[in-house]
Design a protein around this ligand. Structure first.
Ligand SMILES: Nc1ncnc2c1ncn2[C@@H]1O[C@H](COP(=O)(O)OP(=O)(O)OP(=O)(O)O)[C@@H](O)[C@H]1O
Length: 395
């Protein structure tokens, strides 16, 4: 009997180690970001000598290295601190916590044994806080509590006031406590209550988006470990970096684009090589799946607004005024037997699309007497929206 064909091999072998392009991979070196590393080191320096920690707030858009730089510097702190300093780091990603209470429960469970977890509801807030203080006191020494994606708690930010003050209020006795908050929501800091702001933001660190040159360094370093020799054509790294820099300066997006390009190259008929054309194809695939995810979850009325905007954008040479879009929307709604919303309600839908990154809004100020008005463009090609929303008709 002949040997069965292995379904997991494919046309081209290109990968030396695809895992280094995976979301979960922690790089051994942090490239660029020298000034942020230095500043964070200065903010953390008191801990290295056994002094009271600063509370630190780090913010900047998604994928700009906040988490990776923090982890790296905490590793360095552990390596270089005075050996007599008893340091513990408790890290929590708060993305599923919508209140201070939920963060406190999650922290207690992080510190409790796996067999002794507390329920996420049902305890009075003071009890949960007391559990937390008891656990922290038991750890003793210096404890840094790292709260990543802290913006998830919204307005309910009491813990961010209580925790840094626990020692001065006598809630804990044996522990020097510091909080490191990380957020990619630039509005979050503005909306913090002033007492939280003055406590948590004792030291602040802003991460700006990466520019194309910085992204090139990061992407090149990953590509060298990820691909076999001569797989990545000249200019490809620059191309990937330029696309990500133009979008949002997000290193995660740049690395994902390179991985997707690698996956396409592996299946390609034209050989084991990543080219600029393959990068473009990968960009389109990623864009299509981003949109699919974003649009698929929208309520019907917002889907109609998306379709209207993409349809009109394709047919016109520039941004379109709200009233003109509303006329088209009414026509599409009628053809689909869907209730028609007023001009103002429709404009609210467009605002939502702007927030979601689906629409581009332009503000026009005609000065005295002319007033302010908005025009709109779709950031998504009509064909892509059409494919996702093929149950809806355009006129
Ligand atoms: N300077 C860098 N050197 C090497 N890799 C980096 C660097 N900056 C970011 N990365 C990589 O980019 C990805 C995103 O980085 P990171 O998670 O630190 O971003 P973030 O700012 O915390 O984003 P978010 O707010 O979305 O959590 C990670 O895979 C990380 O390894």
């Amino acid at each position: 009997m002949g040997k069965a064909e292995n379904p997991f091999t494919s046309l081209n072998e290109i990968w030396a180690n695809r895992d280094v392009l995976h979301e979960d991979y922690t790089p051994t070196e942090i490239l660029e970001r020298e000034s942020e590393r230095d500043k964070l080191a200065a903010h953390l320096a008191p801990v290295a000598n056994g002094n009271r920690p600063n509370n630190i707030f780090l913010y900047g858009k998604t994928g700009v290295g906040k988490t990776v730089v923090t982890e790296y510097m905490l590793g360095k702190l552990d390596e270089f601190k005075d050996p007599t300093v008893d340091l513990s780091v408790v890290t929590l990603n708060c993305q599923n916590c919508s209140s201070s209470y939920q963060v406190a429960v999650a922290l207690v469970n992080e510190l409790h044994d796996e067999t002794d977890q507390i329920s996420p509801t049902g305890y009075p807030a003071e009890t949960v806080y007391q559990y937390l203080y008891d656990e922290l006191d038991q750890l003793g020494g210096t404890v840094l509590v790292v709260l990543d994606e802290i913006d998830a708690i919204g307005d309910d930010d009491g813990l961010l006031y209580e925790l840094p003050r626990a020692r001065s209020k006598g809630d804990v006795e044996n522990v020097k406590l510091g909080v490191i908050g990380i957020s990619n929501d630039l509005e979050f800091k503005k909306n913090l209550s002033s007492k939280v702001k003055s406590t948590l933001c004792e030291k602040e660190l802003v991460f700006t988006p990466y520019d194309a040159t910085e992204l090139q360094t990061i992407v090149m370093d990953r590509a060298e470990s990820a691909f076999l020799d001569d797989v990545v054509q000249d200019g490809v790294i620059e191309h990937v970096a330029a696309i990500a820099a133009k979008n949002s300066g997000d290193a995660r997006q740049a690395i994902r684009l390179l991985r997707e390009a690698g996956d396409l190259a592996k299946q390609s008929e034209s050989g084991a090589v990543v080219t600029d054309d393959i990068v473009e194809a990968a960009k389109e695939e990623l864009e299509a799946s981003r949109i699919e995810r974003a649009v698929d979850d929208l309520p019907l009325q917002t889907k109609l607004a998306t379709l209207t905007l993409a349809f009109r954008t394709e047919a016109s040479s520039g941004p379109i005024r709200t009233a003109a879009l509303h006329d088209t929307y009414c026509q599409i709604a009628r053809e689909n037997g869907v209730e028609r919303r007023s001009h103002d309600a429709f404009r609210d839908q467009l605002d939502d699309l702007d927030m979601l990154g689906i629409a581009l809004r332009h503000r026009h100020n005609e000065g005295r007497g002319g007033g302010i008005y908005y025009t709109w463009e779709s950031d998504i090609a009509y064909g892509v929206v059409r494919d996702v929303l093929d149950e809806l008709n355009t006129p």
